[in-house]
Design a protein around this ligand. Structure first.
Ligand code: PLP
Length: 425
């Protein structure tokens, strides 16, 4: 690369990733195959439209690569249709809302501080300005069980057009069957935002919402799915001509969604990213990915147990998936931001996070969120989780002791750098 400034920053970032331990649950390390596709000549091509129906010439290869990504995504998740064009998770959710709702109509989603994502109606977002969000939450903070009775009452009262299951900081499995019963009662479309757990569903270790009557699943492709930054929308229903107007029926959701993504929200698809999605879907269909997912869950269990033994209060006292939320304020007497900074200092990367009904503000919340997808990709196993919990506890107990933090930082670096990045292989 001629551009020395950029080359230097890429090399520095690679070193940071190699020498540290990545605990942010929404991050992962992609394979060389995904990186190669992302850096391929598909980045040069404009392909507005969909396979076989484009607004530009020269689509012989782009049509095939997009169709390959679509077919692989459908097979992985048992979907009738896949739109692989959304540039990221936020526009994917936006597209579904706009495909099905008129302004002012109601979406029922998870309380944000209980785990719901910003795109599930945080005040200030475009969706919150356009649509009416009502919320369900956790009934018992010690187990994480949702309040399905309150959810049902609220649904009967507010008649949501979409019931949204999904989260970015909730460590337990949802009871999709209960969502289905409530949605049937009020005639709502069932949407799952599986951004965090899509890989674990594809890998066959967590339940697939399509097995419980869900109509739409949105997901990012860069978290547990281990693909490029991006997203997709999977749906059940009849697949029509995406460029034609159709009636607003549940059967027509695939076409309504296609039309909303393009030309509704986006212009030309990012074909290099779609090529990389196709690679990631291929990788996720391999037996080794199932093994990877089992290890992600085993590591999360081991880490949650080790953390609780080391004095961390975990929200819901454990995890069923890849992620944990720790109440740092209760455990150590300072907030999540201080914890994030202290752990960053020794090479453990995670993020500050609100806890349910957090008394502290979101920019200085009580908790941190952490998870095991990236660590597992590096090759770490249960025994290593005990080490990580100990490093975390020691660092937070000695957060003002520079010499101690230096020592821990060296230990983490030596340990982390002995595990290759998958792009080395
Ligand atoms: C549940 C959920 N939905 C949507 C998104 C948004 O994805 P993106 O950051 O790609 O826009 C995220 C990202 O963290 C998420 O966790």
């Amino acid at each position: 690369m001629d551009d020395k400034a950029v080359a230097k920053l890429i090399a520095q970032e690679e070193k940071r990733q190699r020498n540290g331990l990545e605990l942010i649950p929404s991050e992962n390390y992609v394979s060389r195959g995904v990186l190669d596709a992302l850096g391929s000549v598909f980045t040069n091509k404009y392909s507005e439209g969909y396979p076989g129906r484009r607004y530009y010439g020269g689509q012989i290869n782009t049509d095939q690569i997009e169709q390959l990504a679509i077919d692989r995504a459908k097979a992985l998740f048992k979907a009738d249709h896949a739109n692989v064009q959304p540039h990221s998770g936020a526009p994917a959710n936006e597209a579904v809302y706009h495909a099905w709702l008129e302004p002012g109509e109601t979406i029922m989603g998870m309380e944000l501080s209980h785990g719901g994502h910003l795109t599930h109606g945080r005040p200030g977002t475009i969706s919150a300005k356009l649509f009416n969000f009502v919320r369900y939450g956790i009934k018992d903070i010690e187990t994480g069980e949702l309040d399905y009775n309150v959810m049902q009452e609220l649904a009967l009262k507010t008649k949501p057009k979409i019931i949204l299951a999904g989260f970015s900081s909730y460590p337990r499995e949802l009871d999709y069957g209960k969502f289905q019963t409530i949605a049937d009662e009020v005639g709502a479309v069932l949407m799952a935002d599986m951004a965090h757990i899509a890989g674990l569903i594809a890998g066959g270790v967590l339940a697939n919402p399509f097995d419980y009557g869900f109509h739409v699943i949105t997901t990012t492709t860069h978290k547990t799915l281990r693909g490029p930054r991006g997203a997709m929308i999977l749906s059940k229903g009849r697949v029509g001509n995406p460029l034609k107007e159709v009636e607003k029926t549940v059967e027509n959701l695939p076409t309504l969604i296609d039309r909303t993504v393009f030309p509704g929200l986006q212009g030309g698809p990012h074909m290099h990213s779609i090529a990389a999605k196709a690679v990631a879907f291929y990788e996720a269909s391999q037996p080794s990915f199932h093994e990877y997912c089992l290890q992600v869950l085993a590591n999360a269990k081991a880490l949650s147990e080790a953390l609780m033994k080391s004095g961390f209060k975990l929200i819901t006292n454990g995890t069923d998936n890849h992620m944990m939320v720790a109440d740092i304020q209760t455990s150590f007497g300072f907030d999540g931001q201080v914890a994030e900074k202290t752990l960053d200092r020794i090479g453990l990367t995670l993020n500050k996070n609100v806890i349910p009904d957090d008394p502290l503000p979101p920019y200085r919340p009580s908790g941190v969120r952490l998870g095991t997808p990236a660590l597992t990709t590096r090759g770490l196993r249960e025994e290593h989780m005990i080490l990580i919990a100990q490093w975390m506890q020691q660092a937070l107990m000695s957060k003002d002791d520079e010499a101690k933090l230096d020592k821990l930082s060296k230990e983490v670096k030596q340990f982390a750098s002995s595990f290759p990045l998958p792009s080395d292989l």
